[in-house]
Design a protein around this ligand. Structure first.
Ligand SMILES: Nc1ncnc2c1ncn2[C@@H]1O[C@H](COP(=O)(O)OP(=O)(O)O)[C@@H](O)[C@H]1O
Ligand SMILES: [Mg+2]
Length: 232
């Protein structure tokens, strides 16, 4: 069951978004593009289901009808959102995703795996774009109160490795070449910093190796931290 920051009732402005009443587990996957999040979530979801658990796999931004509408705004190529607006939209989407999908699934006993969550806002809008972390934490409390993941798996790869994987997948060399290497390095260091600050919640997995080895590392981590037995 996810733990509130205070371990008790939500003190958040949102009121009542207390995690401790739920019975499922909430896992998030974080890391840059090409780290392997989507690939590994599919494998973990399948293994958890094989072990007899009900699994809800979801992703951000989006994951609920309202949040998907906001995702459309975020991804609109005609819009040039500044960092505060972007962070507000992400947390607006996240609040709806939590209320209408994540929380009901957890209450029903499901294990919920989310492809990106609040750490991506910390990394992109905070470490990447320079929005003050205190502002991001305020938005977090408004949107989610005390709710935090039971486990956040941060898949870590060197920036150039993630870029190469994305280029191979997309069949073209251009996609990442236009993007700023330094920005992606700030994201990577941001995720690592988040993990250092919250070691009880976060686990960094070295994902710079073959897919099966990364899966083994993730299964070991989930088994140790959350007390399930998973096999490849
Ligand atoms: N460990 C790995 N080694 C090599 N290629 C990988 C590995 N993990 C994922 N890939 C490939 O890299 C691409 C990006 O993986 P994906 O899971 O979509 O990453 P993300 O969701 O983190 O952006 C996909 O084509 C995937 O098949
Ligand atoms: Mg993905």
């Amino acid at each position: 069951m996810p733990q509130g920051k205070s371990g008790g009732k939500s003190g958040g402005i949102s009121g009542g978004k207390t995690a401790n009443i739920s019975v499922g587990k909430f896992l998030t996957f974080e890391g840059g593009e090409g780290a392997g999040k989507s690939t590994q979530i599919k494998r973990l979801a399948a293994a958890l289901e094989t072990s007899g658990l009900e699994v809800t796999a979801t992703r951000e931004p989006g994951g609920s009808p309202g949040a998907e509408t906001i995702r459309g705004l975020l991804l609109d190529p005609a819009a040039e959102w500044d960092a505060p607006t972007e962070a507000l939209l992400h947390f607006a989407a996240r609040a709806d995703h939590y209320t209408t999908r994540i929380s009901p699934a957890l209450r029903a006993g499901n294990w919920v795996i989310c492809d990106r969550f609040a750490d991506s806002t910390r990394a992109y809008q905070g470490y990447g774009l320079g929005l003050p972390m205190a502002a991001i934490e305020t938005l977090y409390e408004v949107a989610l109160g005390d709710f935090i993941p039971d486990l956040t798996i941060i898949l870590d790869v060197p920036v150039e490795v993630g870029m190469a994987r994305m280029n191979a997948r997309d069949g073209g060399p251009d996609r990442y070449e236009q993007m700023d290497f330094a920005f992606h390095e700030r994201l990577r260091q941001g995720f690592l910093d988040i993990a250092r600050r919250e070691p009880a919640r976060c686990a960094v997995i070295d994902a710079d190796t073959d897919i099966d080895t990364v899966t083994e590392r993730i299964f070991d981590c989930v088994s140790q931290r959350l007390g399930v037995t998973l096999s490849l």
